[in-house]
Design a protein around this ligand. Structure first.
Ligand SMILES: [Zn+2]
Length: 474
């Protein structure tokens, strides 16, 4: 009968640095004695002068301690695994209670690392990490944190898997389209590591629930894609004294940092306030290359694991910039701003605020009714042949996918230099994909004297949904 014997780290040097060897025998005792006679050096570590197994060596057959079976006489069968567990300086091994035999196998490459080892694996198992967003960044984050053995993983997400997510959100599969992301993500985590406890928050994170959600976790990893949530997560983490791992992506570029307000700057020290709505397109509007969140999310996972292990140098006070096209990393120093409104010396923000409003997305900042038009109303006007000048402020590659008939194409950043192509006498309707960039354009045109300009609410996506479903959606 040939069985596998797992060799603990301190004894590997006696068996050619292997973590497992095979040995013959019908009982555990025979297997170990055969192992010892084939590797004379290991013998004195396993057996005392009287030939008895040393009492600081515990032996497991699969996941059972042989002292609770038939000790050395426990029979073995083909395919069994014998595990030698010497006691570890400083107390009981704790192995039996905290890790199963499967766990030891699963994490064996971690256990080999002096920076992780059993103690580090224990820290990972006890860690509670909250991942906000089960999308592009959340996908590699959740998969790697689960695979690494982070014991409790919280997920905040209220979205549903869409076909357009599959290009980068690798935690979801085609069969998951239409399902809640949080359920699909949980299933993928279970497939990789069923020992992880998944805590699901199927809701949008808001000022009302953020502190309650975050307070039970050690580390927060921010995988969000919008400014209100990003400021909310930052402020909540500063107020609760939690560390957050920040990551953001756009087109071919990414940023990563670690914010721990006690030791370094926070997100507000970096960017005190967000850009005006519509100026910086989201990934849904500006696009993102599929591999990029894989790279940035994986770096975030690495930082989270280092923080849990308390090993290495975290990105505190440093902003890592990644440019996929140039394939270059660049690092900038970040300084704590003593005047930071949330982590500074005299913080003005001592409780969570209205982040939609703060980011210019609240109702107070919305375009007034006379500056907007619904898709139904526009459709009626066009059918009635009313004179309307349509202006499409999207990018050329979006224009290639779909467009409204007769529209004038002026990408939003070309608008200031091409404004002479438009007349203040015309009724103008501006549209983009979802209505953000066009609202920025409408404000701009209003400010320079266009009085008859309106924003198409919901953009061309809304038009496809409500007016012309035969058009291509993206
Ligand atoms: Zn700050």
């Amino acid at each position: 009968m040939s069985v596998k014997v797992m060799i603990p780290t301190p004894l590997r040097q006696y068996v050619g640095n292997r973590d497992a060897v095979s040995a013959e025998g019908r009982t555990v005792d025979e297997v170990l004695r055969n192992l010892a006679s084939a590797n004379m050096q290991i013998k004195r570590h396993l057996y005392d002068e009287g030939g008895q197994l040393r009492n600081f060596v515990n032996v497991y057959l699969n996941d059972e301690d042989i002292r609770y079976l038939q000790r050395g006489q426990t029979p073995v069968t083909e395919g069994d695994t014998v595990f030698i567990i010497p006691s570890i300086a400083g107390g009981s091994t704790g192995l039996a209670s905290e890790f199963t035999y499967d766990d030891i196998q699963r994490y064996s490459r971690h256990l080999l690392l002096p920076e992780v080892g059993l103690e580090g694996q224990r820290k990972l198992k006890r860690a509670k990490v909250l991942v906000i967003g089960a999308g592009g960044l959340g996908s590699p984050l959740l998969l790697y944190l689960a695979a690494a053995g982070v014991g409790t993983i919280g997920i905040v997400d209220f979205d549903v898997v869409d076909f357009s997510n599959l290009q980068r959100q690798i935690i979801h599969s085609e069969k998951d389209v239409g399902r809640k992301k949080i359920d699909s993500a949980e299933e993928s985590i279970r497939d990789i590591n069923p020992t992880v406890k998944v805590v699901k928050f199927e809701e949008r994170m808001t000022s009302d629930n953020a502190l309650d959600i975050i307070k039970n976790f050690d580390i927060v990893v921010d995988g969000t894609d919008n400014f209100p949530t990003r400021y909310l997560v930052n402020d909540a983490c500063v107020l609760l004294g939690k560390t957050s791992v920040y990551g953001s992506i756009y087109r071919f570029e990414g940023q990563v940092s670690v914010f721990e307000a006690k030791k370094g700057p926070c997100y507000r020290c970096l960017y005190e306030s967000p850009p005006p709505p519509g100026l910086v397109p989201s990934c849904a509007e500006g696009g993102v290359v599929g591999v990029l969140p894989g790279i940035i999310g994986t770096i975030q996972a690495m930082e989270a694991i280092k923080l849990i292990l308390r090993e290495g140098e975290p990105l505190i006070g440093r902003l890592l910039l990644f440019d996929a096209m140039k394939m270059k990393f660049k690092e900038l120093k970040l300084h704590k701003n003593p005047q930071c409104p949330v982590c500074g010396e005299n913080p003005s923000i001592q409780k969570l605020i209205d982040y939609e409003e703060f980011c210019g997305l609240g109702r107070g900042n919305a375009l007034s009714d006379e500056l907007t038009i619904t898709v139904e109303e526009l459709s009626r006007k066009l059918n009635a042949k009313e004179p309307v000048v349509l202006v499409d402020v999207r990018e050329p590659q979006e224009w290639e996918i779909n467009r409204l008939e007769g529209a004038k194409f002026i990408p939003v950043n070309e608008l200031p230099s091409r404004v002479s192509e438009l007349s203040t006498a015309d009724d103008i309707v501006v549209y983009c994909k979802g209505g953000q960039r066009s609202s920025y354009a409408v404000r701009f045109l209003r400010d320079i004297g266009f009085k008859k300009v309106k924003n198409l609410t919901g953009g061309i996506i809304e038009w496809v949904l409500k007016v012309d479903p035969s058009m291509m959606r993206y």
